[in-house]
Design a protein around this ligand. Structure first.
Ligand code: FMN
Length: 404
């Protein structure tokens, strides 16, 4: 875990009665080793699985369990931890605790701590797969998410019950990353507006069929989240993806390249940087059919005529305010860096992120990328990194450029 982010931070770790408690012992240890003060609060249920002493020995602090216990020098112990917290983490979160938190119950220390806290709330549920899938649990999760909590979704796999399915506590890396994200906010981009595009476009062939591409939107969403953490006012223009935008980002949803073009130009006035991570279709069907094309009418062969879509990058460069940075992405199946250098020159961009989508770890939909930043300053090849880390480095680069 990143000591530069965690050092000196007060982390309240709420532990509830799931079989996954034993995994969180290691989380408490890692957070403490990274320099955080970790205050563990356990439900009585959690203590059935692991003794408070285990957490106490690893965090060097007494564990709180009882609301009506003695609180040394803290007159209002049931709210003090929440008010002191830099982040509140509930891991593992049982179905029962999710229900209590979603309804604002204050009958235990975790409930009062969450209610009294303004700190970011991170919840990592763990439970048997049917309990997780139950609409009651899902509605509670949605309620908490709508209120701004970060839910670190459980993973799929073999569960303690012997069944397989979604419900297993997320990896400690995923929970740790969520904690770091919550703590790593800065004001480096305060007062700056960043426009990010993400995902694929859909070009209709007829009312039910489209031409699209394999973009998952993960890179663009990661960039939006990184810019938000850096304090920017973020506008995310997104094609259809199965991702949840980070809370606090303004989202405009588009489908076609033409809609994306219009949305980006509308967001351009006042933007300090535009990051074009969307995979925009270069071509669209010339004349989409108004009715669904039918086999019996079309025969064995169908010929589609495609026409060029507007070049969004060109339009941005032509219409941008002076000083607005424009960042392009070049996903290629060959020499991505050469293509990116050409794109940089020909389109007058400030930076191009080159990505060979045939390279291992850089495929469409993956959570990692091996990219190269290409700019007038030169070529900077990055190792294989998580998209989150690529996004962080790109936002750092943008911040550097905007400071000049
Ligand atoms: C062996 C065992 C394992 C359990 N594991 C889970 C679990 O992983 N997730 C869950 O939501 N509940 C689990 N439960 C049920 C909870 O412990 C129970 O709902 C309890 O009331 C939760 O209360 P708490 O959230 O206050 O700790 C388990 C119960 C037992 C006996």
């Amino acid at each position: 875990m990143n000591a530069s982010v965690l050092s000196g931070k007060f982390v309240v770790l709420g532990v509830t009665g799931s079989i996954a408690v034993y995994k969180v012992v290691e989380l408490a240890r890692r957070l403490t080793q990274a320099g955080a003060t970790v205050q563990v609060v356990m439900t009585p249920g959690a203590t059935q699985f692991v003794q408070p002493l285990t957490f106490q020995a690893l965090t060097y602090r007494p564990v709180e369990v009882e609301m009506f216990g003695t609180f040394d020098d803290r007159a209002a112990g049931h709210v003090a931890m929440g008010q002191q917290a830099d982040v509140v983490v509930i891991a593992p979160a049982t179905a029962h605790t999710l229900a209590r938190l979603a309804n604002g119950f204050a009958d235990d220390l975790i409930g009062t701590t969450v209610l009294a806290s303004h700190a970011p709330l991170i919840i990592a549920p763990a439970m048997e797969t049917h309990m997780w899938a139950n609409p009651a649990t899902q509605e509670n999760v949605e309620t908490l998410r709508d209120r701004g909590a970060t839910i670190v979704e459980p993973e799929s796999g073999e569960l303690a019950s012997g069944l397989s399915g979604q419900g297993r506590l997320a990896s400690l890396e995923a929970i740790g990353a969520a904690i770091e994200d919550a703590l790593a906010t800065s004001s480096a981009l305060a007062g700056k507006r960043i426009v990010v595009t993400a995902g694929p476009t859909l070009e209709p062939i007829d009312p039910v069929r489209v031409i699209s591409n394999r973009s998952s939107g993960k890179m663009g969403y990661a960039i939006a989240a990184a810019a938000l953490r850096a304090g920017a006012d973020v506008r995310l223009i997104s094609g259809p993806v199965a991702l949840r935008p980070p809370a606090g980002v303004r989202v405009v949803r588009i489908e076609t390249a033409a809609e994306l073009h219009d949305a980006v130009l509308a967001a351009l006035p006042g933007a300090h940087a535009v990051v074009m991570a969307a995979a925009v279709a270069d071509y669209r069907p010339a004349a989409p059919a108004y009715q669904k094309l039918k086999k019996r009418e079309q025969g064995d062969d169908v010929t589609l005529t495609l026409v060029r879509n507007p070049d969004v990058l060109q339009a941005i460069v032509a219409k941008r305010d002076q000083g607005t940075l424009v960042v392009g992405f070049k996903a290629e199946t060959g020499d991505a860096v050469a293509e990116a250098s050409r794109m940089l020159r020909e389109k007058g961009l400030d930076l191009v992120v080159a990505n060979d989508v045939t390279a291992k770890g850089s495929e469409f939909g993956s959570d990692t990328d091996e990219v190269t930043f290409v700019s007038a300053d030169g070529v900077e090849a990055l190792p294989l990194l998580s998209k989150r880390e690529v996004a962080r480095r790109l936002v750092a680069k943008i911040t550097e450029r905007l400071a000049i």
